[in-house]
Design a protein around this ligand. Structure first.
Ligand SMILES: [Zn+2]
Length: 125
């Protein structure tokens, strides 16, 4: 899937918001920006906790904000993420029906993929 100029802009918003991450333990700051079909953008960052498993990924933060503001599956067009989404977040991306996932691979290369490409044979209830 090719990366559009709009995808690159969304990715840059994720880069900018990553500075606000709360990551005192890993010091690995991640930002995410979700673009809704109506043009709204919801940003999120990773929020760590001293009890490590309780931390929240940037993608989940951004997606939870979008849902809180009324977005539902099909309302979200794309997401920019400054890191490769973890397995759990990939399931969230599938659930919410996002079309394009723009993210930075470990090598730093920014690529665009569909949730189905990132998580084939997805669990469905
Ligand atoms: Zn995650």
């Amino acid at each position: 899937m090719s990366t559009t100029d709009a995808d690159r802009e969304l990715y840059q918003r994720a880069v900018a918001v990553a500075a606000r991450a709360y990551a005192p333990y890993s010091r690995f700051h991640v930002g995410a920006a979700v673009l809704a079909r109506d043009g709204r953008v919801f940003e999120g960052v990773n929020v760590e906790n001293a009890a490590y498993p309780l931390g929240v990924c940037a993608e989940k933060s951004a997606l939870a904000r979008a849902v809180t503001d009324g977005c539902r599956p099909g309302d979200l067009e794309a997401i920019g993420i400054t890191a490769s989404p973890c397995g759990g977040c990939r399931q969230w991306l599938v659930e919410l029906g996002i079309e394009r996932v723009v993210y930075a691979r470990g090598s730093g290369e920014v690529v665009t993929a569909s949730p189905a490409e990132l998580l084939p044979d997805t669990f469905e209830l």
